[in-house]
Design a protein around this ligand. Structure first.
Ligand code: AMP
Length: 459
């Protein structure tokens, strides 16, 4: 299957070729013909699968033919859960529609000034990309004319459901013409999504794209057990010194943690900045632009803010805190390995994360191999070190020590090389106690680092 076989308008095909795409991704190959034929669709496809072009190319194809209705309102409406995703969809629309004479794209996002949005909405619009809350405001104020709306796209519908936007989405849908074409994209198609689809779509074609597992194939997942905050910080510092790390997104549990960690990293000389929902849109856009242009090496972010970020240079995702929901894990690590590249996803897990970790592994169907960094071994280690599951991550420190290790004849390979490099009482207690990590090994962590260990307290 090639793009030429999809019967897209020649000016759209030209833009696709300009983008460097040669063959349609599976979701594009399946969705585009159904959409051009006028069907509603519900598709299980996540970011990274090429889903944006899967709906945007047929949307633009519609715009290539003038509307029969006399109005200045949008002909295509895309609803997204986050501002970042909305901006990415808008960029994609502009990119694929650049050769068309009538493909004016407007984004209406929360956190942006109303006067500018009012002005944009008073002019002719072809494609409107919006987050639901702000769009409802404008609808209530009578600022949007949906009389010529032909296509409604619900992007990341599962997320809109999770974030409590679905009532707003349904209200918006009810303000649009009943004969519209409706598209729903979601990471998973479960019963909650089915209910939404039953209310908003007409006899939709179901499109099921690659399982989670297939999608994660190009991402190497690693796990580091951590004893405490100081251990996390030292491991992070170590990871960020790796020259193979070009750009990274570090995920924290809260906005406050994101700010604090970004400040600490910046103070240590890293090109780091935070991205979270409490920042105003201008700062968020500025930070993302820096990331995109390579002016930022480390982005410290929360789940919602980072959703949908599509920056090809992201080589690493680091879960400084594990996410609460397994789905978020998949979304997070999908920020790396973009557009066919490979990526590395590193997760820190402490004693409290056991249940979460299991949920994530069940969801992805993949066990995450645990790694140790020489000199930064955890005292806490719930999984026994068995061949193949625990690995020593090649490290900057390790490379620096190589001469020393080789000279001393203590350099070992495989899971034991960490201990081989150190060979002191710390490594012995780690390896001796690996089945019983809350015993002496934990006590050593406490004494060696001078930081209170939560595992001692919980004993
Ligand atoms: P999405 O799933 O829409 O977030 O797209 C993921 C990435 O794939 C984006 O960087 C797109 O530019 C890229 N992309 C989309 N379609 C294709 C294609 N057919 N061939 C190569 N790259 C593509």
């Amino acid at each position: 299957m090639s793009f030429e076989n999809l019967n897209l308008h020649p000016l759209i095909l030209k833009a696709v070729i300009d983008s460097g795409y040669t063959i349609p991704t599976p979701v594009q190959a399946q969705a585009i013909p159904e959409l051009i034929a006028g069907h509603d669709i519900m598709a299980s496809a996540q970011t990274g699968t090429g889903k944006t072009a899967a709906f945007m190319l047929p949307a633009l194809h519609r715009l290539a033919t003038p509307s029969q209705v006399h109005s200045r309102g949008p002909r295509v409406l895309v609803l997204t859960p986050t501002r970042e995703l909305a901006l990415q969809v808008s960029e994609a629309a502009a990119k694929y529609g650049k050769h068309l004479p009538r493909a004016k794209v407007v984004s209406i996002l929360g956190g942006m000034p109303y006067p500018l949005q009012n002005k944009l909405l008073s002019q002719p619009v072809d494609i409107l990309v919006a987050t639901p809350g702000r769009l409802i405001d404008h609808i209530q104020r009578g600022r949007i004319d949906f009389s010529r709306l032909e296509m409604l796209v619900l992007d990341e519908a599962d997320r809109m459901l999770d974030m409590g936007f679905i009532d707003d989405v349904e209200r918006i849908a009810s303000a649009t013409p009943a004969n519209r074409q409706t598209l729903l994209f979601s990471a998973t198609l479960d019963s909650a999504i089915d209910k939404v689809a039953a209310r908003l779509l007409k006899s939709p074609k179901r499109i099921q794209i690659a399982t989670q597992q297939a999608r994660l194939d190009n991402i190497e997942q690693r796990l580091h057990y951590v004893d405490d905050m100081s251990h996390k910080n030292r491991l992070l510092d170590h990871l960020l010194r790796d020259m193979a790390l070009k750009q990274a997104i570090v995920f924290t549990a809260t906005k406050r943690d994101a700010d604090m960690l970004a400040d600490n990293l910046a103070a240590q000389g890293h090109e780091a900045a935070a991205l979270h929902g409490d920042m105003n849109q201008r700062d968020r856009t500025r930070t993302l632009t820096r990331l995109r242009h390579g002016g930022l090496r480390v982005l410290v972010a929360t789940d919602v803010a980072a959703r949908g970020i599509d920056v090809v240079g992201i080589t690493h995702v680091i879960n400084f805190d594990l996410p609460k929901f397994a789905e978020d894990y998949v979304h997070r690590i999908g920020r790396t390995g973009r557009a066919g590249a490979s990526g590395i996803a590193v997760s820190f897990a402490s004693g409290k994360d056991g249940v979460n970790l299991k949920k994530i592994e069940r969801f992805t169907g993949q066990r995450i191999a645990s790694h140790v960094v020489p000199g930064l071994e955890p005292r806490f280690k719930p999984r026994p070190v068995t061949g193949g599951t625990s690995r020593t991550t090649p490290s900057v420190a390790h490379k620096r020590n190589r001469t020393w290790s080789n000279d001393s004849g203590r350099h070992a390979t495989g899971a034991n090389s960490a201990n081989g490099n150190w060979g002191d009482s710390r490594s012995r207690s780690f390896s001796d106690n690996r089945e019983n990590t809350r015993g002496n090994a934990g006590g050593n962590t406490f004494r060696n680092s001078g930081v209170p260990s939560p595992y001692i307290r919980s004993k």
